[in-house]
Design a protein around this ligand. Structure first.
Ligand code: GCW
Length: 673
């Protein structure tokens, strides 16, 4: 029976020190003589995790005896006469000699990441004594965005209430925040914004003396883990006090400077501000007749003396569209708004662009802004919280889809690989990743225990976007469900994870059509839920065809891509079929690559999607004997709800198209009329 403590996530008990006995003598003696907030914590974390995960007790020893030695490489080389190679920023080297295992970091965070990597390798039984391990993160920005409100609710949160706020106060359990910081840091996260990008009501006061002392306490907990705080701010904040927030008004600049000065007195290493402006009713520079470069500029100026950065979101579109108006295409909005401003942003402004042109749908193309911006710094925004992907009731292993995003060739390289998103990350053109978090006060952090894999996977991908979904799923499963008694269930769980995204996609909105969800809360199907709304999210199905023509003959969206992709997407024969309805208005009798019509493919995928959830549930039930009861039950209960959701999706979608077309399933399966 495998005993798993959900709270501990990917830090479980991996058996006794027996399992590590060939190197046990080293592990019993962790030494770090260097001073520093992060490095001292690295030593503490190593001692703690060795004891917690492997039951290793530290013993006092003489200097010459076997030990693990930690330090920055500069310090180690100078103090011990080593000649360790210096890795990239935040990177590390692990080297073993007869008397030492040395974990050397390029800098203090590097030591900490070296420590967590070492522990992970031990837990995975992959540490090879004598073989050097060296690694460094590909990008500098590896951020989590919380959409937590001051009242303690979490926008699009499916894991209980906020870790940071309650009842219009900052309220947290320090131990829990420390555990959270460990989880994040252990997968390389180095920034966190703690409050919702929709900064409403009292949340506007977070940047005042009323709240800053308490925010400083949070920053103090995250700091030793190499994680810097960011705050979401409301662009209109100066308005009530001085009657305007116009970014070209000197008084407004003075107001922001004053705020920034006082914020930095409390949190000297704040990473900066995150801003949602002119988006979904949030105010922004448009209100004052200014553009987004001018808007970002004023905040950038206020933060610059403190080395702070402005992360400015590109989720700007017309959210009061008239569905009758077919000339507006929401998918075009980010590019239309931001590409013309390329080169006009300050050096300490980073644009944050959602990975797709719409809004975290189950399947969207990659936004055409990636690669197209040449003179502007930017990061990609992903969503770990499962707003449109099952809300942590349905299992949906997102690194599968993120992997597709990472491999997408933007067409802005000289060959396929150096135009790929992961290559743009590797060469620094895309400066990193941000993602909306999926955690809360739920006992297991994420509601669905298996949704922990999405948090883990996000961090691992932000560290190294070339990791495959298979590698990530395998690591996570083995760390979380350790093989203590020789009964490996991790392999089964890896398979369940890897099937979950394709399955979810099958029973959801078909072939990239997007938005067939229930309005407001976004769980479950409602085929025309957003069809006559103001949000710009239409599929315009009639009796013959469905989808938006986004080719030059239609909205012209395809033209926002590099020529190679513009051509691929504009032609239904070359357009990836999973995106067919995103790019093309397609008749139901269109014959797809497998020789079947679009309609029949919609039916097939929806029947299959449901059947696959049933198989997944059966597989899970088959693990009952091997798994700890609580984890088994909580996941089973969610999978049962998922099965019901998949049934609803299958039948609502199939019935909708049967009614539209009058054509039934060629295999004669039951479709309700
Ligand atoms: O997807 C939409 C969500 C909103 C969210 C918004 C955004 C924070 O439905 O809840 O607001 O995106 O990304 O700003």
């Amino acid at each position: 029976m495998i005993k798993v403590t959900e709270y501990d996530c990917w830090f479980q008990k991996y058996g006794s020190a027996e399992d590590t006995k060939d190197i046990a003598a080293f592990l019993e003696h962790v030494i770090c003589e260097e001073k520093g907030i992060i490095i001292e914590n690295a030593a503490k974390e190593l001692r703690f995790t060795l004891s917690f995960c492997f039951g290793i007790v530290q013993k006092s020893r003489n200097a010459g005896e076997k030990q693990i030695l930690l330090g920055t490489i500069g310090y180690l080389n100078a103090s011990y006469g080593f000649s360790l190679p210096k890795p990239k920023k935040e990177g590390f080297v692990i080297r073993s000699t007869d008397s030492k295992i040395i974990i050397g970091g390029a800098d203090e965070p590097g030591v900490l990441y070296g420590v967590y990597t070492f522990v992970r390798l031990l837990a995975l039984k992959r540490f090879v004594f004598g073989a050097d391990v060296a690694d460094a993160p590909v990008s500098q920005v590896r951020m989590i965005n919380h959409w937590d409100n001051l009242d303690g609710s979490v926008e699009r949160g499916y894991a209980g209430r906020s870790l940071f706020f309650n009842d219009n106060r900052i309220e947290f359990d320090s131990n829990r925040i420390r555990d959270y910081a460990r989880l994040l840091s252990s997968v390389g996260i180095n920034r966190i914004s703690i409050n919702n990008v929709n900064v409403r009501g009292m949340a506007k006061e977070l940047i005042t003396e009323k709240f800053l002392p308490k925010i400083a306490e949070l920053a103090d907990i995250f700091r030793p883990f190499g994680i810097r705080l960011m705050l979401s701010v409301n662009f209109g904040a100066p308005q009530p006090e001085i009657g305007t927030a116009d970014p070209l008004d000197e008084r407004v600049l003075a107001w922001w400077k004053d705020r920034a000065d006082s914020i930095y007195r409390y949190i000297p290493d704040l990473a900066g501000f995150l801003v949602k402006a002119d988006s979904e009713y949030e105010t922004g520079p448009f209100r004052y007749g200014r553009n987004h470069a001018e808007g970002a500029h004023i905040l950038a100026k206020a933060l610059a003396p403190h080395n702070g950065e402005v992360i400015w979101r590109c989720f700007v579109y017309n959210c009061v569209q008239d569905w009758r108006d077919t000339t507006i295409d929401r998918a075009r909005a980010a590019f239309d708004n931001f590409k013309p401003l390329d080169g006009q942003f300050d050096d300490n402004v980073i644009l944050q662009i959602k990975h797709g042109p719409y809004d975290f749908q189950v399947r969207e193309p990659v936004s055409p802004l990636f690669g197209a911006l040449e003179k502007t710094r930017y990061v990609m925004e992903l969503q770990i919280t499962q707003e449109y992907t099952g809300q942590q009731i349905d299992l949906c292993f997102l690194p599968w889809m993120w992997g597709d995003v990472m491999r997408f060739d933007t067409g802005y390289g000289t060959n396929a690989d150096n135009g790929a998103i992961r290559s743009l990350l590797a060469c620094g053109r895309i400066e990193g990743l941000a993602a909306v978090g999926n955690t809360g006060l739920a006992a297991n952090w994420t509601g669905h225990t298996l949704a922990q894999a999405n948090l883990f996977g996000y961090g691992r991908l932000a560290w190294n976007p070339a990791l495959s979904p298979g590698e990530i799923a395998d690591e996570w499963s083995r760390l979380t469900f350790p093989d203590n008694g020789g009964q490996s269930i991790a392999g089964n769980i890896t398979k369940i994870l890897l099937n979950s995204y394709p399955t979810y996609q099958k029973y959801n909105a078909p072939f990239g059509v997007c938005f067939m969800v229930e309005c407001g809360h976004h769980y479950g199907p409602n085929v025309e839920g957003y069809e006559f709304s103001k949000w710009g999210t239409y599929h315009r199905a009639d009796n013959k065809a469905i989808g938006i023509d986004r080719t030059p003959a239609g909205t012209g969206y395809t033209e926002q891509y590099a020529p190679k992709n513009a051509a691929i997407f504009a032609n239904p024969e070359t357009c990836p079929e999973e995106l067919l309805l995103f790019f093309h208005r397609t008749p139901y009798d269109y014959v797809m690559k497998n020789g079947k019509t679009l309609l029949q493919n919609i039916y097939d995928t929806h029947f299959e999607g449901y059947d696959e959830v049933r198989i997944m549930l059966d597989t899970w039930r088959g693990l009952q004997e091997l798994l700890d009861g609580a984890v088994f039950e909580s996941v089973k209960e969610r999978m049962e709800r998922q099965l019901e959701n998949a049934r609803q999706w299958r039948d609502v979608i199939n019935t909708y198209f049967l009614r539209r077309t009058g054509i039934g399933d060629e295999k004669g399966r039951k479709i309700y009329r």
